[in-house]
Design a protein around this ligand. Structure first.
Ligand code: SAM
Ligand code: DTB
Ligand code: SF4
Length: 332
């Protein structure tokens, strides 16, 4: 969806925007279902990159210690627990700039993926930059979706990160799509961006071909020691607007209410679900920061009359639209 259209929708009175988003949501997601995803940090801290929001960057003193890649058996145990708790997607994150074919750490991750993919859940990984061979190897090992966020607009990105570029992010996304993985790609609100940046981020995401299978919308978790530790919280109605716009611009995408839910009331989350959110991270920890307790989330879904979605481990990646340019990264 182009910027002008997003701007017009953003300018609507909130309830008008929510009604439009609700109609799109009801047409494409009639089942009142919410996907539950569990996150596990398989390699925490010590990252070479300087992302200004991140607790795991080695550039900032955040108190998050660098630790090695978790052993396969431990990951399998955590994945089984997640499945028993009702999660249908298991997302493993690593604090790396990226991975390279042939390296020992990448071989270990492939082995972990092969194990987790036997459990009947969707398997998502977020490992940083990928080339084409790494993307193909992950797909072959059983990855369903690759998470790689653009985080903000192309214009604001250099104010947030200096060690890699927005185009680097797009290249990785292209490789993941070319290898046949679904792409989970979204962003963060609260990075000091303007409304224009938020709309530009949604414009870029919605112009991916295919559109992302899922779009996580994170609220900045301000981490002491990072340059963003004192950023003000994002207004909840602005969050609802962004979710509604994502739903309208990307009707078939799962819109995931992600970091920051810990500080949202039940009522605020209900507005987000009404506006089109249909997925969340489930379990008391994200990567390094807290998330609501699973029993609170189960109670919230029950009270709203929503249900947990069944898993689709064989999930086919969204198809490319042949009538449109193969964005992202036409230059790749
Ligand atoms: N290193 C990989 C990467 O950057 O893609 C994977 C891990 S990284 C922690 C995954 C995503 O978590 C980031 O792209 C960002 O969107 C989100 N994230 C990290 N720290 C956050 C914070 N403090 N608040 C909100 N979202 C955050
Ligand atoms: C995403 O967009 N959000 C998740 C997941 N993808 C990997 C990560 C949120 C991390 C929040 C900060 C932390 O826990 O360190
Ligand atoms: Fe954090 Fe990922 Fe950036 Fe590393 S690349 S600092 S883990 S967001």
């Amino acid at each position: 969806m182009d910027y002008t259209k997003l701007e017009q929708l953003h300018a609507l009175p909130l309830f008008d925007l929510m009604e439009r988003a609700r109609a799109v949501h009801a047409a494409h997601w009639p089942d009142r279902e919410v996907q539950l995803c569990t996150l596990l940090s398989i390699k925490t801290g010590g990252c070479s990159e300087d992302c200004g929001y991140c607790a795991q960057s080695a550039h900032y003193r955040t108190g998050v210690a660098a630790s090695p890649l978790i052993a396969r058996d431990e990951v399998m145990a955590r994945a089984r627990e997640a499945r028993e708790d009702g999660s249908t997607r298991f997302c493993m994150g690593a604090a790396w700039k990226g991975v390279k074919e042939g390296s020992q750490k990448f071989e270990e991750v492939l082995d972990i993926v092969r194990g987790v993919s036997t459990l009947g859940m969707e398997v998502c990984v977020t490992l940083g930059e990928l080339g084409a061979p790494e993307a193909r190897a992950l797909k072959a090992a059983g990855v369903t979706a690759y998470n790689h966020n653009i985080d903000t607009s192309p214009e604001h990105y250099p104010s947030v990160v200096s060690t890699h570029s927005f185009d680097d992010r797009l290249r990785t996304i292209r490789h993941a799509q070319d290898a046949g993985m679904s792409v989970c790609c979204g962003g963060i609100l609260g990075l000091g961006e303007s409304v224009v940046d938020r709309l530009r981020m949604l414009e870029v995401l919605s112009q991916f071909n295919p559109q992302p299978e899922s779009v996580p919308i994170n609220l900045l978790m301000p981490v002491a020691g990072t340059p963003m530790e004192s950023h003000a919280p994002v207004d909840v109605f602005e969050l609802v607007r962004v979710i509604a716009l994502a739903r309208i611009a990307m009707p078939r995408t799962k819109v995931r209410l992600s970091a920051g839910r810990y500080s949202l009331s039940r009522e605020a989350q209900a507005l987000c679900f009404f506006a089109g959110a249909n997925s969340l991270f489930y379990g008391e920890k994200l990567l390094t920061t807290p998330n609501p307790q699973a029993d609170q989330d189960r109670a919230l879904l029950r009270d709203l009359g929503l249900e947990a979605q069944a898993p689709d481990p064989a999930q086919a990646a969204p198809a490319t639209d042949p009538a449109r340019a193969p964005a992202p990264c036409a230059a790749c």
